[in-house]
Design a binder for this molecule. Structure first.
Ligand code: SIN
Length: 291
């Protein structure tokens, strides 16, 4: 592990896990009500590293929710049914009988919403003995490494992002696909909640002011273009934005928690533990309208 200690912190330590993004944070017990000063340092760590990880936490769904609420309003998933006692908490379960896993493609959370999730807080209840890692990619680096010509081409493009993406699921709805392949995940009808949204392809992070590519698996096509016209550029941008040098990979243990900034990252849950069970609790915090 590449260990760096940042002297600006008084309460926490951060240990970078990859060159591009990602740091483990120590010195924090998330089950406690964190003083504002400690929370401020955690915010700085998130903004500096884009995704931060905490080990050996002991968090009930209620405590995880209490931590999440310190960051803003909770973003309820329009399609996924949450826990009975805590509908804001999504229990992500994959057992040996499931072929697919939840989040097993590059994406950024709830990109199909008009105000996509600012952050996601994912807690491991049960991790496989091997496998089941999550990968993250820096969308700052993805944007910054493009040529000036490509940046100019992308500057005014907008994406149409779809929550129930029939095209990507081989014609199957989210409900059909999940009931066949992810039997523990319950899908609901979103009702009148908006699940298709148009966003800028290049967004400015509202807190850091840095520009990031805003692309992921929910992008169906560019606004004003056909699927066929859009697909080659989407393919290039997905390939480019997930280059190995832009990525970090996190190995879960029970009690680990990841907090990622959806405004400048994509993530991918690796499905490589066919004979084991993985159980996670996820809460998403509402973001603002991308610009
Ligand atoms: C997700 O995409 O939110 C789930 C990620 C994971 O389970 O690792």
């Amino acid at each position: 592990m590449n260990v760096t200690r940042n002297s600006q912190y008084r309460h926490i330590e951060t240990h970078r896990i990859a060159g591009a993004l990602g740091a483990e944070v120590s010195g924090v017990n998330l089950a406690e009500d964190l003083p504002d000063e400690v929370l401020g340092e955690v915010r700085t760590a998130l903004l500096e590293n884009q995704v931060i990880f905490f080990r050996d936490q002991n968090l009930s769904p209620a405590r995880q929710l209490a931590f999440a609420r310190r960051w803003g309003e909770i973003h309820l998933h329009p399609f996924m049914v949450g826990m009975e006692e805590h509908p804001e908490v999504l229990r992500i379960v994959k057992t040996p009988s499931d072929k697919k896993n939840f989040g097993g493609s590059w994406h950024t959370d709830q990109m199909f919403s008009p105000q996509p999730a600012m952050g996601t807080i994912l807690y491991a209840v049960q991790a496989p003995s091997v496998g089941g890692d999550t990968m993250f990619t820096s969308q700052y680096l993805a944007y910054e490494s493009l040529s000036d010509g490509m940046k100019a081409l992308l500057a005014d493009l907008k994406t149409v992002c779809v929550g129930d993406n029939f095209k990507k699921n081989g014609g199957k709805s989210r409900k059909e696909m999940y009931s066949r392949q992810m039997s523990h995940m319950q899908v609901k009808d979103p009702g009148d909640v908006q699940t298709t949204s148009v966003h800028p392809l290049v967004r400015t992070h509202p807190e850091t002011g840095r520009k990031a590519l805003f692309i992921g698996g929910h992008v169906q096509h560019f606004d004003g273009m056909t699927d066929e016209e859009s697909q080659p550029l989407i393919d290039f941008l997905m390939k480019h934005s997930t280059r190995p040098e832009f990525i970090c990979r996190f190995r879960w243990e029970a009690g680990s928690l990841a907090f990622w900034d959806n405004r400048c990252t994509q993530h991918y849950a690796v499905n490589d533990y066919p004979a084991e069970t993985r159980i996670m609790h996820r809460v998403t915090v509402r973001g603002d309208t991308p610009f």
